[in-house]
Write a protein that binds this ligand. Structure first.
Ligand SMILES: N[C@@H](CCC(=O)N[C@@H](CS)C(=O)NCC(=O)O)C(=O)O
Length: 82
C-alpha cells in the first residue's frame, strides 16, 4: 500500500492526500515535516535528500515532491492499487 509521507497541515501534502482519496486509492499517511517527525532524519533523507514533503513511497517506487509530476504518475499508482 502506498505511504504518503508528510503532515496533513501542509497544502502540498493535502494535494496528494486528496488525489489518492478522491479515486479511493488506499494509502497510509505518516506525519513528517516541521512540528512532526523531522525531515532531516536519515530515513527520510534516504527518500528525499531535499528534506521536503510530500513523498510517496510504495515498494521500490519513490516519488518525492510530487506536485508537478503527480498527474503523470497517478495511473501507475492506480494500477498498483488495482
Ligand atoms: N515543490 C514541492 C513543494 C514541497 C514543499 O514546499 N514542502 C514544504 C511543506 S508545504 C516542506 O517540506 N517544508 C518543510 C517542512 O515542513 O519540514 C512539491 O512539488 O511537492
Amino acid at each position: 500500500m502506498p505511504r504518503i509521507l508528510g503532515k496533513a497541515s501542509s497544502i502540498n501534502v493535502r494535494k496528494v492526500l486528496w488525489t489518492c482519496a478522491e479515486p479511493s486509492i488506499p494509502f497510509v499517511q505518516e506525519d513528517w515535516g516541521t512540528g512532526f517527525q523531522p525531515t532531516g532524519d536519515p530515513r527520510f533523507l534516504a527518500l528525499n535528500p531535499h528534506a521536503m514533503v510530500p513523498v510517496i513511497q510504495d515498494g521500490d517506487f519513490t516519488l518525492r515532491e510530487p506536485i508537478r509530476p503527480l498527474d503523470d504518475d497517478l495511473p501507475s499508482l492506480q494500477a498498483k492499487s488495482g
